[in-house]
Design a protein around this ligand. Structure first.
Ligand code: NAP
Length: 582
């Protein structure tokens, strides 16, 4: 890595945090509590991460407002007023900005700055972080809060450059309103983003053509305003509700059934599916406790949804195309919608089945499939993300011996608890691969990870330890456990972004930990209580400071613990200052 320019002296902090979404903001808050100096770099021009970028029409969280929020501050959770059952993107963004202001977080966040490289210096036990704006910063800890669904992906369809209309990706939506009135709009992709965007776009556009490769299961949101009484009820019981949620498998207070699908009669089963459908949301997949494990059980729940699709969509051919048959319900992220299936009854909305007639190319006038050209004014790519590892892959991260993280993870990511990876000391991941992350209410998962990391760093502070690293054998065991647990479920049977299958050439491994957030938290807490079992926490020798030109040079420490001596912490070398803060 090059040295910094004279105009920008090398800056030193205790921790660099990558990203100022939910994870980065809370990490900064916790680091400040530990009296550590932290710098957050954020690529966006504002805080909010996902909710800063995803401004597409219809963008909304499908975890309910009262649950999709921080729990760390009782005052914050009492004072914030949500307006709807499921929060809209703009409202979540307002909330995140409120949090940034309320806790005075902005002064340590540098916006419009993307971290492009981070190299670990083994002799100094420090990370040097470089950004696209030419900053260079030295830090003891590097903490990724870069997000699991932040590296958007536009598929390499030939001819996009020739298109004379405008095109958009849902995950990088313009900040100024996009006016689709009277336009012919093509939407590629029918995952959570597409399923939300399509009805909202159809509301305004002159014509909408949906290009579907694989249909997805979607459950109605039945979104509605939140009443003052409902909010009050939640707020009165927040401590207890939050505690309960943390113990669940998804970090969400759902109605998790204890019954198996075939423990009840056919009539009772249908009644239960219907009850959940009418209640709305992803709670549907918890109707029985074997839906994720037993193919026959899953098929019952899936067939109920297929029947709903057939009953809503008037054209039987279109209904058949929209009804998923290629994967078990829930093994691709279940979608939650407002009027999605109904939208296909509108005269100006049509569906193109790309399995039957794949896209050949994009031409000046629109999209050409194997059977015709669809003339379009705009194309919306709702084509997803290089999930979980994509944001990390885009940074040149190098650990011991200059080894690139990307190279270490060629066959798939390897972590211990999703928190650290061997060979990359003092690099922590928030919601990293091998943690429950994307299978949960991510705010709950983030708080659990950030609290664990803060506790670990505090432990190191108290003992003047300066290097933390996952042990190889602990990592091997965790990776085996993550796979073993996944293999007991139906998840790996489906090609999805959970398995990396949506990215050509990405290794196929099940990326998150499916053992449940509650169980996972117990494991993490036990590891910490056992003195960070499986992690090597040590006091490694700090670098010898350069000898002073005249006067007595500071003596090199003799033992590991002495390396953290006071004399060195008084050194004027910024690297040495960082080395000795912990
Ligand atoms: P996604 O689930 O990966 O869906 C991408 C869609 O694009 C799929 O239908 C995919 O088809 C299609 N596609 C990709 N490449 C294509 C190509 N070359 N040609 C044609 N179609 C192509 O992405 P997403 O909808 O952005 O959602 C990602 C995740 O973000 C969600 O699963 C969820 O976790 C999160 N999210 C949440 C919310 C919410 O809370 N409401 C909203 C949006 C997103 P195939 O299936 O055939 O690959």
């Amino acid at each position: 890595m090059t040295s910094s320019s004279l105009s920008q002296p090398l800056r030193t902090v205790d921790a660099v945090v990558v990203g100022a979404g939910f994870a980065g903001l809370y990490m900064l808050y916790r680091l400040r509590q530990l009296k550590l100096r932290a710098q957050v770099f954020e690529a966006g021009a504002g805080v909010g991460g996902t909710w800063y970028w995803n401004r597409y029409p219809g963008a909304r969280c499908d975890v309910e407002s009262m649950q999709y929020s921080y729990s760390f501050s009782p005052e914050l959770q009492q004072e914030w007023e949500w307006t709807e059952r499921y929060p809209q993107q703009a409202e979540i963004l307002r909330y995140v900005n409120h949090v940034a202001d309320r806790f005075d977080l902005r002064r340590d966040i540098q916006l419009e700055t993307r971290v492009i490289a981070a190299h670990y210096d083994e002799s100094k036990h420090l990370w040097t972080v470089r950004t696209d704006r030419g900053d260079e910063m030295v830090a003891r800890f590097l903490i990724s809060a870069a997000g699991c669904l932040s590296a958007g992906r536009v598929p390499a369809i030939p001819g996009l450059d020739n298109f004379t209309g405008k095109w958009y990706h849902t995950g990088n939506w313009p900040h100024e309103p996009v006016d689709f009135r009277r336009q012919r709009v093509g939407v590629i992709g029918t995952g959570s983003s597409g399923i939300q965007a399509i009805p909202a776009i159809a509301h305004h556009a002159g014509e909408v053509v949906v290009f579907q490769r694989t249909p997805n299961f979607s459950i109605p949101a039945w979104n509605r305003p939140l009443s003052a009484e409902e909010q009050q009820e939640w707020k009165a019981k927040y401590p207890e509700y939050r505690e309960q949620a943390r113990k669940t498998r998804s970090g969400i207070l759902y109605d998790y059934s204890q019954r198996g699908t075939f423990d009840v009669s056919e009539a009772e089963r249908q009644q239960e599916y219907e009850r959940r459908w009418r209640r709305g949301g992803a709670n549907y997949t918890h109707a029985f406790n074997d839906i994720f494990f037993n193919r026959d059980a899953n098929d019952q729940a899936a067939e109920f949804v297929r029947n709903k699709i057939r009953s809503i969509v008037k054209n039987p051919d279109v209904a058949a195309k929209l009804a998923p048959t290629d994967h078990a319900i829930g093994t691709k992220r279940i979608c939650v919608d407002t009027d999605y299936y109904d939208t296909f009854n509108l005269p100006h909305v049509s569906l193109v089945d790309l399995k039957a007639t794949p896209i050949k190319e994009i031409v000046a006038a629109g999209i050409r499939t194997t059977d015709k050209t669809y003339e379009l004014d705009s194309i919306v790519f709702a084509t997803g993300y290089d999930a979980v590892t994509g944001a990390l892959d885009r940074i040149d991260i190098r650990g011991r011996d200059g080894r690139a993280l990307k190279e270490k993870w060629t066959e798939g990511p390897r972590t211990y608890l999703g928190l650290m990876t061997t060979g990359f000391p003092n690099l922590f991941f928030i919601t990293g691969p091998g943690s429950p992350s994307v299978l949960t209410n991510v705010v709950v998962a983030i708080e659990q990870h950030v609290d664990w990391i803060a506790r670990c760093v505090h432990y190191m502070q108290e003992r003047t330890l300066n290097v933390a690293e996952a042990k190889g054998e602990a990592e091997d065991e965790w990776v085996a456990h993550v796979n073993e647990v996944a293999d007991k479920t139906l998840f790996p049977t489906t090609a999805s972004w959970y398995t990396g299958a949506n990215i050509p050439g990405k290794p196929r491994v099940f990326l998150p930990y499916v053992g449940g957030l509650g169980n996972y938290t117990v494991i993490c807490d036990k590891v910490a209580e056992d003195g960070y079992r499986g992690f090597l926490l040590q006091s490694a020798p700090a670098p010898a400071p350069a000898p002073a030109p005249e006067s007595e040079s500071e003596s090199e420490s003799e033992s590991e613990s002495e390396s953290e001596s006071e004399s060195e912490s008084e050194s004027e070398s910024e690297d040495a200052v960082a080395a000795n803060r912990l």
